[in-house]
Write a protein that binds this ligand. Structure first.
Ligand code: NOJ
Length: 568
């Protein structure tokens, strides 16, 4: 059958690798490229077609590589450029493409551009960053996500000025309003593309453009207009789309097979097509943050809602976002990454009795929706949050700065530690669990962050041999998606939107249809297949449990059971 707008990147499954925690080859406790290269056969065995690698460039690691000091060099703890070449060749030889992380909203303060920029007000690099002369008084308040006082303006005595940093004060924001900065970035992008990489994931790209008239924003305005979330203001830079279009003309259009995935905090669904509509010549796909806000309480920082998340709200959100791309553009879908806790703990249930079926159910959801799925390493095993009990165990600046910020605000630190067990980014950054040996086969020395003790039973070696493991189910579903084009391109239709436990939808491409029924609960749930579908014949093609209770159109789903039927 003829499919309009077919693209390789719509048909692939993305596997995200956090190199620091994947595999250590030289016993320094930190994952590295040779370690990753030694695991390429494993990655191939998953059936994924595109690897997104978190940043591997030279960096002082204030934010684990999201603070780059040299865009064209590899971080020495990760390896050398020759290791990088070996990695790229090894991936390509296995039919897997590579996405690098493009971090260009900011650099490290140790980047030579910033080192120069801060030297004097007339330095040729001064305009590479945003500066505010102190004789004008304090600059209008901007919030920083990683700052002890939440202040995005850092005073720098050398030139009696403040510089802007939306993230930590070691991550000064680049001045995209300066055409020289943009040209430097495009040149660097071409440098890696000419080496043969297949595209970029664009970090915090919705923040790059700034309103340099620096309007004063009152607390009331931030609350009312931006829902108290500075992301929504930061994503409204006046020339954002002008710059993305320019990037397209200068770089993307010259590499027609490449792909880009924009990380877009602060973007509403009404704005999404501005980034990825085919006619606009900007980017290819984006990932939004809307789903990530569900399940947190209104108060506190990443505090779990005591009632969990509501399934009708979850369905509504993913249905609305599906609809955004139903005719134009294309989306991605994910439930976890290096900035989120483990998807199992967050959206499934990590208790021993539910861990396996709920991991498989989440895998089913991601691999049967109409968007390119992004899987974070370890989620294929059902890795869970480590739930650290002490601030000493945390390595991530988000947690550490927020702790200091709360100290400064005289907040409840004990409650914060409890909340972080659910929401902290470090939960997903613990080492990959290869086997049951003391450091999970990740390293032979002290790991940079603790290994989850549950690796004695959640690990690759055990799951590889077990036909019913989340890992083997993941492999099976990746193949199922490839074999059923309707799971990629087919229309998505939701049934029973208000059902509190069951998520039901079909994916239809011309005469071919697949029905997915997911029990998002710890309970046994009797369920009747929607009437509208009764004319069809059902053939079960996948089931994450061994037994299925079915009588005609009535099924009783086991806790976290996921069913996939072919409809004829
Ligand atoms: C988003 C990245 O995914 C996150 O890890 C990082 O801290 C910020 N951007 C700043 O680069």
């Amino acid at each position: 059958m003829e499919i309009k707008d077919k693209e390789w990147w719509k048909e692939t499954v993305i596997y995200q690798i956090y190199p620091r925690s994947f595999k250590d080859s030289n016993a320094d406790g930190i994952g590295d490229l040779p370690g990753l290269i030694s695991k390429l056969d494993y990655i191939q065995s998953l059936g994924v077609g595109l690897v997104w690698l978190n940043p591997i460039y030279a960096s002082p690691n204030d934010d684990n590589g999201y603070d780059i000091s040299n865009y064209e060099a590899i971080m020495p703890t990760f390896g050398t450029i020759s290791d990088f070449n070996t990695l790229l060749v090894g991936l390509h030889a296995r039919g897997i493409k590579l996405l690098m992380d493009l971090v260009v909203n900011h650099t490290s303060d140790e980047h030579p551009w910033f080192v120069e920029s801060r030297k004097s007000r007339d330095n040729p690099y001064r305009e590479y960053y945003h500066w505010w002369p102190a004789e004008k008084g304090k600059p209008p308040h901007r919030y920083s996500f990683f700052d002890k006082k939440g202040d995005a303006w850092q005073f720098d005595a050398a030139t009696n000025s403040y510089y802007l940093h939306y993230f930590s004060n070691k991550q000064p924001d680049l001045n995209w309003e300066n055409p020289k900065v943009r040209q430097e970035i495009y040149q660097m992008m071409r440098f890696w593309l000419d080496k043969g990489i297949d595209g970029y994931r664009l970090d915090a790209i919705s923040y790059i453009a700034k309103d340099t008239s620096w309007p004063v924003l009152s607390k009331k305005e931030v609350k009312e207009k931006y829902d108290n979330d500075w992301s929504y203001f930061y994503a409204k830079g006046p020339k954002l789309h002008e710059y993305l279009h320019e990037m397209h003309l200068e770089v993307l259009s010259k590499y027609p097979d490449m792909v880009t995935i924009a990380e877009t905090p602060g973007i509403e669904k009404e704005e999404a097509l501005q980034f990825v509509h085919e006619d606009r010549q900007e980017l290819h796909m984006l990932y939004h943050f809307k789903g990530m806000g569900l399940g947190y309480a209104k108060e506190g920082f990443k505090r779990p809602d005591p009632n969990g998340y509501s399934l009708p709200a979850f369905k509504k959100l993913y249905t609305e976002w599906n609809d955004v791309f139903s005719k134009e553009g294309w989306g991605t879908i994910y439930l976890g990454n290096h900035d989120q806790p483990r998807m199992l703990t967050r959206w499934g249930n990590d208790k021993p009795e539910f861990r396996v079926p709920s991991s498989k159910l989440l895998i089913t959801f991601l691999l049967t929706m109409r968007s390119t799925p992004i899987f974070y390493n370890g989620d294929e095993l059902g890795m869970a949050n480590i739930k650290f009990e002490s601030i000493q165990d945390y390595r991530d600046i988000e947690t550490l700065y927020m702790y200091h910020y709360l100290q400064f605000q005289k907040g409840d630190l004990d409650q914060f530690i409890k909340d972080q067990q659910f929401g902290a980014r470090d939960n997903s950054r613990t080492p990959f669990q290869w086997d049951a040996t003391p450091n999970a086969g990740f390293t032979t020395s002290e790991p940079w962050i603790k290994v989850n003790p549950d690796h004695v039973y959640i690990n690759l070696e055990a799951q590889d041999m077990d036909g019913n493991s989340p890992l083997n189910y993941f492999r099976h579903l990746v193949q199922l998606r490839k074999d059923h084009l309707e799971l990629i391109y087919g229309e998505y239709k939701l049934y029973d939107p208000e059902h509190e436990q069951i998520f039901t939808y079909t994916r239809t491409l011309e005469k071919t249809a697949t029905l997915i029924v997911l029990n998002f609960s710890d309970e046994l749930v009797p369920y009747t297949i929607p009437k509208e579908l009764h004319k069809k014949q059902f053939q079960l093609i996948s089931n994450n449990e061994t037994s299925l209770q079915q009588e005609g159109h009535h099924v009783t789903l086991l806790p976290w059971q996921a069913l996939i039927f072919k409809l004829k």
